[in-house]
Design a protein around this ligand. Structure first.
Ligand SMILES: Cc1ncc(C[n+]2csc(CCOP(=O)(O)OP(=O)(O)O)c2C)c(N)n1
Ligand SMILES: [Mg+2]
Length: 550
């Protein structure tokens, strides 16, 4: 169809541009290519990926890093059904996304890519809006942005592509963008009754751990948490996503959860009160309830819970903005003698290894713990870290010098294969930074095609792979159960050569002493690379050892 005036896809692209969309992760097909082309012409930076899943996964990391809504676009039918792992992951991580999907044309009785898209999307927990009335589409786009922000979840918009092609017959002026309509919300202070109860509980406790989650990060409650912990002469911890919020505090025990260090587990085992600030109290955060067996939990949150993920997670609650709640509680408490905080404890927290177990390492292979320690020393402080998935992610989470604002992990759905997309999302959100992504060989190979995207878009991403030649999580569990590991052992394909085949750098890390020079060379090159670090599969993480004692 040719027409001099604007078409529906023009107006839809303008409606997105007016929402302030400046990055969109895209894979084109009949049902989204006109819209995407127009969006690019509006000045939006398009990142054209090689798999739809990766478009949404990258948008997730972009949303987390930028605090903005993540945008992705896919075509109808097979484009949309590729999203069945990314959407639930975004729902569980409470990430606001808007996905522009095409829909099959309305005009024909049959279309080979036609499928009822709404049930797929709704089953993931995301919202689906089928837009079939052109005049209402600009308002519907605005409302999708409002909904994504308010409900903190993905909203998928489906528009039949024959409707997109029609001439636009409505007014040229768009309705005001969602930003003009957003309520201006001030932080909620604590109620005095709640505060009195919380102060009484804290005053009676002897060993208090103040534990911060992403809600504390978002509310800027980090300094207040430090002050509260000092006031109670207690210790500090974070959830895994908030890892590094207290990285330079001598009384930080690091991550509370399945990835806790030996010292953190010992300290949490002694705690009699955990003050959970801006945490959803997820199953992994409390290691299923085993991490602080003798402690009560006081939750400070805007939306406190008692039961979380099938477990009674908190008995006491203080409903408030994380920062205001923590500040008010600290003020209500008398100072006390620091009988838990001591120079000796601080020294042990700093020097005890996260996991001191011993393993025999074969010649030519590395111990993952030594690899991570060498990386911690060699990688520049201002690089953005992305931790992926798999057995190796326990080791990569142990980098005590790295602050929260330079760290990203999204793991709520437990899917592997996302590290490369998350790295692209962070690179798009922080274009001035270098991103280093830590992954397993199996996870990288699940979406290795995105090395092509990284090269084309010149993203500054270094991928470091702890290569055990296997699905490590699986082999360790199978072995512990006395079962054959053969379905999960693959050998070590030459990941460096694969990377070079994609046109990015590739190196095998034979000697850890070479890392500082490799970092300098990589920094000077300004491009992207994969470093393949062969590790022993004899090293079993404490996560596996606890779950599968053998
Ligand atoms: C999409 C998806 N498929 C399968 C799994 C099961 N799984 C969990 S960890 C893992 C192994 C990952 O291997 P790799 O990336 O090499 O990391 P490693 O465990 O070896 O360190 C697998 C297959 C999963 N979590 N997600
Ligand atoms: Mg592996």
């Amino acid at each position: 169809m040719s027409s001099a005036g604007p078409r529906v896809f023009d107006i839809l692209a303008r409606a997105f541009a007016q929402e302030g969309v400046d990055v969109c992760f895209a894979l084109l097909g009949d049902a989204n290519m006109s819209w995407a082309t127009r969006l690019a012409e509006q000045g939006c930076r398009m990142i054209y990926v090689r798999h739809e899943h990766c478009a949404v996964a990258a948008a997730m990391a972009y949303a987390r890093k930028s605090g903005e809504i993540g945008i992705a676009t896919v075509t109808c039918g097979p484009g949309l059904t590729q999203l069945m792992t990314a959407l639930p992951a975004a729902v569980r991580a409470r990430l606001p996304l808007v996905v522009f999907a095409g829909e099959a044309p309305l005009k024909s009785g049959w279309y080979n890519q036609g499928i009822d898209q709404a049930p797929f999307v709704i089953a993931t927990g995301a919202a689906y809006h089928s837009l079939h009335l052109p005049e209402r589409m600009p308002v519907a786009v605005r409302d999708a942005f409002l909904q994504a922000r308010r409900e903190r979840r993905p909203v998928v918009i489906g528009v039949p592509f024959d409707l997109q092609d029609r001439p636009w017959i409505g007014p040229e002026d768009l309705p005001p963008p969602s930003s003009a309509l957003l309520p201006r919300l001030s932080p909620v202070p604590a109620h005095s009754d709640d505060l009195a109860r919380a102060a009484e509980l804290a005053a009676k406790a002897r060993r208090i751990v103040v534990m911060a989650g992403m809600g504390a990060v978002e509310a800027g409650a980090g300094p207040a948490c430090r002050a509260l912990a000092e006031r109670c002469a207690g210790l500090l911890a974070t959830t895994l996503p908030a890892r590094g919020l207290f990285h330079d505090d001598p009384f930080s025990i690091g991550v509370a959860g399945g990835f806790s260090s030996e010292m953190a587990r010992a300290c949490l085992g002694e705690a009699d009160l955990v003050i959970a600030v801006g945490c959803s109290l997820a199953h992994h955060n409390a290691d299923g309830g085993k991490l602080w067996p003798g402690a009560r939990v006081l939750q400070i949150d805007l939306d406190p819970v008692t039961v979380s993920q099938g477990r009674v997670a908190a008995e006491s609650h203080l409903r408030a903005d994380a920062r205001l709640g923590v500040e008010a509680l600290a003020e209500a408490l008398p100072p006390r003698t620091p009988d838990w905080r001591s120079a000796d404890l601080a020294l042990r927290l700093r020097t005890t290894p996260a996991d001191g177990a011993r393993f025999e390492i074969e010649p030519g292979l590395h111990d993952p713990r030594e690899v991570v320690a060498a990386l911690e020393a060699a990688l520049p402080a201002d690089w953005e870290l992305v931790n992926s998935s798999g057995h190796c992610s326990f080791y990569f989470a142990q980098m005590p010098s790295r602050p929260q604002e330079r760290f990203l992990t999204i793991r709520e759905y437990g899917a592997i294969g996302n590290g490369i997309s998350f790295a692209m999302g962070v690179a798009a959100a922080r274009p001035d930074r270098t991103v280093v992504m830590f992954d397993g060989d199996g996870s990288l190979l699940m979406h290795v095609q995105e090395l092509d995207t990284i090269r084309r878009h010149r993203l500054k991403i270094l991928i470091v792979v702890l290569n055990d030649g296997a699905y490590g999580s699986e082999i360790h569990k199978l072995r512990a159960e006395g079962l054959s590991d053969q379905g999960a052992v693959f050998g070590r394909p030459d990941l460096a050569a694969i990377a070079r085949g994609f046109g990015v750098g590739g190196d095998r890390v034979a000697e850890l002493s070479a890392l500082p020079a490799m970092v300098s060379r990589f920094s000077e090159s300004g491009g992207a690379a994969v470093w393949d670090v062969p590790i022993s599969d004899r090293v079993v993480s404490p996560v596996i050892r606890r779950a599968h004692p053998s």
